[in-house]
Design a protein around this ligand. Structure first.
Ligand code: COA
Length: 168
């Protein structure tokens, strides 16, 4: 196992809350792989390629972070990468139950892989990708919640030029 960590998710699209977790994890680990899940229980707005491209552009300022797509079991991907730590953000108490379930399932599947929880800045504790998508679809301003590549991608995807999408 090497000293890298994996931060996996759907990232549909990546938000400032995700970037906050990435920044914290990058302070702890010499290398962080942002693993974008191909398969998800949700129907994503963006294709896998789009989610990867948006995330790549958004983390361009983080030299320790690389973005990769993955499919299948997360622990199998981690083993293939020889990475022993999975990073997760714990935003609020409501995240706990599902995170607890995922961490223990992953531990059962791969006892050699640890899940490490980081608490995002409280400013982002309520942000989620689906809220952002809904705000965008309803013409709201997404700039307080997402990096510029996500905002632009939402604009392109929804084919809109509305007040909330005004550049700069
Ligand atoms: N800031 C902002 N939003 C955050 C966040 C943060 N710090 N942390 C989580 N979220 C949001 C996401 O935006 C997403 O919002 P949405 O549901 O409104 O779109 C939601 O919380 C959950 O997203 P995420 O953390 O990306 O988890 P996920 O459920 O999309 O992905 C995987 C979970 C991909 C890591 C998990 O399903 C997995 O490991 N899949 C592989 C298959 C596998 O191994 N299964 C067995 C393991 S249990």
């Amino acid at each position: 196992m090497n000293r890298a960590a994996i931060y996996a998710g759907t990232f549909d699209p990546i938000t400032l809350g995700h970037l906050d977790v990435i920044e914290r994890a990058a302070r702890v680990f010499p290398r962080l792989i942002l693993a974008v899940a191909e398969r998800t229980t949700k129907v994503p707005l963006f294709s896998l390629d789009e989610r990867v491209a948006i995330a790549r552009e958004s983390v361009a300022g983080f030299p320790k972070v690389e973005v990769e797509p993955f499919d299948g079991l997360l622990v199998a991907y981690a083993r293939a990468k020889k990475v022993g730590v999975l990073v997760r953000g714990l935003r609020a108490f409501s995240d706990f139950e599902i995170e607890f379930q995922m961490a223990l399932t992953n531990r059962k599947l791969a006892p050699d892989i640890e899940t490490l929880f980081l608490m995002p800045n409280e400013d982002y504790s309520y942000v989620s990708s689906s809220t952002v998508r809904q705000i965008a679809e309803l013409g709201g301003d997404v700039r307080p919640f997402v990096p510029e590549p996500s905002r632009k991608a939402l604009e392109r995807k929804l084919g809109l030029a509305r007040p909330g999408f005004a550049a700069g």
